[in-house]
Ligand binder design. Structure first.
Ligand SMILES: *Cc1c(COP(=O)(O)O)cnc(C)c1O
Length: 425
């Protein structure tokens, strides 16, 4: 494959956009080389600026669960655009999407739309603080909740003390209200809660993690978190920006059988347009402005184009829920195929999978948290990534990201992917 035009476009982009990209992971820094500029996409395939065809396993990082340029979404957006793109006034379609989302997801009564997953998580934390009257939150190392200040925190010195900023520009003042725990470590969370008795507003978690590869919570861990939150008056926040409308109609709450207090959405709910949302029982949501005192707003929130894309997407998923099982079946097929190709070559690996999320880690140990996931961020991963790319398979350009299967991927595509793995090592 040739990437001449992509590389030239990247050089040009770097002159005017920091690092040449508008979101860092796109730049290939973790794997080396120049990123690929996409020209268009349809179904399972990306077509880049050099005319290469790639089988896509990121689906715009999750939203395009039914494949690229899915006709009902595209048609809905085009029709809506002809009637105006933004009004700053209420529109009926916002209620239609809200009603549909609330009917699909367990345990929520009201939803507020925003423009990204970051906004959803940031606003949900503010709501949790306003509702409980407490300041601190607990997050898990390796979970990503967007780029808002309170989430860009790493463990401080001593696990029971406060976190410290992991990006310049995040203040120590902000960091002291975010406590860090390890995924799948219930004891660690209990210790934090005990050391900060009566001060914690919320525990925020990716209920199935996708930002350190795919990591599944143990039953004991996730059930223990629910029980602990209920006992201590802490709100349990499920960041379902990845898992929402992907693991099933009702997302991770339904799949794991756990009720969260506030649920955040993004990605699939926007059908490929910028949408985020957070939702809860009315008793909690009523604390939001204009009904309640917790302020939250957005000029383009509930934007008609974004709502029409989301409505077309959720309508399709609601009407054909068998898609979730068929995606999970394809993911299992991919898992088995890659595992046997790697085993045949004697390459140490761990594959984690849940529904249509899957990740391949080049390490011996089970990957259950950020520390074990980080061991797979190595030269073998880079070799694998570039080897697959050369065969026309586009995987996440980072060892810390889950793949997202989309419904347009066929078994022939999966076979092509599996046989590519066999040729790399
Ligand atoms: C992508 C993601 C976010 C951030 O969403 P953006 O739309 O990129 O701001 C938050 N949480 C999780 C779990 C995500 O995967």
């Amino acid at each position: 494959m040739i990437y001449q035009r992509s590389s030239a476009l990247f050089q040009e982009a770097k002159k005017y956009i920091p690092g040449g990209v508008n979101s860092p992971v796109r730049a290939f820094k973790a794997v080396g080389g120049d990123p690929i500029f996409v020209k268009e996409a349809k179904g399972a395939y990306l077509y880049d600026e050099d005319g290469n065809r790639l089988i896509d396993y990121i689906a715009s990082w999750g939203p395009l669960i039914l494949g690229h340029a899915y006709a009902p979404v595209i048609d809905a957006v085009i029709e809506k655009a002809k009637k105006g793109t933004s009004f700053g006034m209420p529109t009926e379609i916002e209620t239609e999407l809200a009603k549909l989302a609330v009917s699909m997801v367990p345990n929520i009564e009201q939803i507020r739309f925003v423009n990204s997953g970051t906004e959803a998580c940031m606003s949900a934390v503010r709501l949790a603080r306003g509702y409980t009257g407490k300041d601190k939150i607990i997050k898990f190392a390796g979970c990503y909740h967007g780029h808002s200040d309170s989430f860009l925190i790493q463990a401080g010195s001593g696990a029971v003390t406060f976190g410290s900023p992991n990006s310049p520009g995040v203040t120590k003042g902000t960091a002291k209200d975010t406590l860090l725990a390890e995924y799948n470590d219930l004891e660690g969370v209990k210790n934090l809660v005990q050391a900060n008795q009566g001060e914690i507003a919320a525990i925020i978690i990716e209920p199935v993690a996708g930002n350190m590869g795919c990591i599944v919570p143990s039953n004991e861990f996730i059930q223990g978190l629910r029980a602990l939150c209920t006992k201590e008056g802490i709100l349990l926040l499920f960041d379902e920006v990845m898992t929402g409308f992907r693991l099933g109609k009702g997302g991770a709450q339904e799949a794991l059988g756990i009720d969260a207090d506030i649920v955040m959405f993004g990605k699939v709910i926007g059908g490929g347009l910028p949408v985020g949302a957070f939702a809860a029982k009315a008793e909690i949501m009523s604390h939001l402005a204009p009904e309640g005192p917790v302020y939250q707003a957005g000029t383009l929130s509930g934007n008609p184009l974004a709502m029409s894309a989301g409505l077309a997407m959720l309508t399709a998923l609601n009407n054909t829920p068998e898609i979730f099982q068929s995606l999970a079946d394809k993911t299992e097929y991919l898992h088995k195929g890659i595992a046997s190709a790697l085993s045949e070559k004697g390459i140490a690996h761990q594959i984690n999978r849940y529904g249509s999320m899957i990740s391949v880690h080049f390490t011996d140990e089970p990957v259950v948290d950020f520390t074990s996931s980080a061991k797979g961020n190595n030269e073998t991963f880079k070799k694998y990534f570039h080897g697959m790319l050369a065969k026309g398979i586009y995987l996440p350009p980072s060892a810390f990201e889950s793949y997202f299967l989309n419904d347009a991927i066929s078994y022939a595509d999966l076979d092509e992917t599996i046989s590519a793995v066999a040729t790399i090592f």
